[in-house]
Design a protein around this ligand. Structure first.
Ligand SMILES: NC(=O)c1ccc[n+]([C@@H]2O[C@H](COP(=O)([O-])OP(=O)(O)OC[C@H]3O[C@@H](n4cnc5c(N)ncnc54)[C@H](O)[C@@H]3O)[C@@H](O)[C@H]2O)c1
Length: 369
């Protein structure tokens, strides 16, 4: 299998998870040839740590290299657009961490540019490629809980209680909507199909936060996001995602069918077992919940899975799964949360995407072909 030569832009927190998997698991498909960060020492440190041949100080130099075919964009969300335009302009494929970009107009511009240059765009989230979503889709397709008609997703996340620099989670490009909700939307559309409308209420109940570590800071984005999503399949799902709750017993993801209920996995994770949890169902007449075994080997921190699948797809000239059409649809729904909340009405979703088959169940962790 031809390996795709990847240059990574942005060597911050999440680069460790990617580099670990690229150097230990996805080695048949991905060859990391170069790193770059606006803070050069970060790229140098990661190059040394993971044995990457080249650490560039200037992004232009990495883009000029024939040893880089694809840029993995791990910069902060505010930099995703500009740095991806440069990558595509230089004739490189690009894979962007979530959120894809901030606005529909930017995504359209990027997609048009990539079409003109004949390169591909991929984007996270990629968790839906792993065991959690595979298992959920298989259970639903088997009819074990009958016809699904409703779902609920609830998540609370208080970075202010443990993170050393939590203020970035309360700035544009983050907040529940751009930090965690992309995982829910990408997972839900891969289970229930495209979204057709959104009704949302976004608010910031507390104007400032005093974290455990560091000084008090201002909240610049909504931190309490409540939404109802209607899917083309007829399923209606309700979501409650906040950075404010002290704790909660809300199910993270529950699906209601005509014959039963399913406790599914947290969409932000690759599987339920990654968090020590179990997918369960309870059918009409059951007195107990029954556990459903996870059905693929992608059960652990799989960062880079979407990019590795894209590299395998480029090498074999087939459509990649974390593609720009899905990325645009997810962003369209995210932007619709804001539109609906601002205008106080149900927001129709104009975009759609083609649901692709899951990865084959018998792949070993790290295998794509
Ligand atoms: N932290 C997580 O747990 C996590 C998980 C999944 C996805 N992500 C996503 O991954 C991306 C990076 O997140 P992170 O937590 O690693 O952030 P980070 O702030 O730790 O790292 C970002 C890095 O990008 C560099 N950078 C910023 N602008 C740049 C530019 N123009 N050119 C070159 N380098 C630039 C910064 O210097 C920094 O080293 C974000 O899109 C985030 O949403 C983060």
């Amino acid at each position: 299998m031809r390996r795709i030569k990847v240059g990574i832009l942005g060597c911050g927190y999440i680069s460790d998870d990617y580099l670990r998997n690229f150097t230990q698991a996805y080695t048949n498909n991905v060859e990391v040839t170069a790193l770059c960060d606006i803070i050069p020492e970060r790229a140098q440190k990661q190059a040394k740590r993971y044995g990457i041949p080249k650490a560039y100080e200037r992004y232009e130099d990495m883009l000029a290299s024939d040893d880089v075919e694809l840029i993995l964009n791990l910069t902060n969300p505010a930099a995703h657009m500009e740095t991806s335009v440069s990558a595509i302009g230089a004739g490189k494929h690009v894979y962007i961490e979530k959120p894809f970009v901030m606005y529909r107009s930017d995504a359209k511009e990027l997609i048009g540019l990539a079409q003109r240059k004949g390169v591909r765009i991929g984007c996270a989230p990629d968790t839906f490629l792993a065991s959690g979503t595979y298992t959920t889709r298989t259970v639903l397709n088997s009819g074990l809980i009958g016809k699904p008609f409703a779902a609920f997703g609830g998540f609370c996340h208080r970075v202010q209680d443990w993170h050393k620099n939590p203020s970035v989670f309360f700035q544009p490009g983050a907040g529940p909507l751009y930090d965690g909700i992309p995982y829910y939307i990408a997972t839900w559309v891969n289970i229930f199909g495209p979204v057709t409308s959104v009704s949302a209420s976004l608010s910031a109940p507390f104007p400032s936060i005093k974290p455990v570590y560091g000084p008090e800071f201002e909240v610049e984005v909504p931190t309490l996001d409540i939404a109802t999503l209607t899917f083309q399949s007829g399923v209606v799902a309700s979501m409650l995602y906040s950075f404010n709750f002290i704790d909660s017993n809300m199910p993270r993801f529950e699906i209601f069918g005509s014959e039963g209920t399913m406790n599914a996995h947290l969409p932000n994770a690759y599987s339920a077992s990654q968090l020590g949890e179990t997918i369960r169902i309870k059918r009409a007449g059951d007195s107990e919940w029954r556990s459903i075994p996870e059905m693929t080997n992608y059960r652990t921190f799989g960062h880079g899975l979407g990019l590795a699948e894209m590299c395998s797809s480029i090498a074999q000239n087939r459509r990649h799964r974390c593609n720009e059409e899905l990325g645009y649809h997810v962003l369209d729904v995210m932007n619709a949360f804001e539109d609906s909340s601002r205008e106080g009405r149900v927001w129709k979703i104009e975009s759609t995407f083609v649901q692709m088959d899951p990865l084959p169940a018998d792949l070993l962790f790290g295998e794509l072909d």
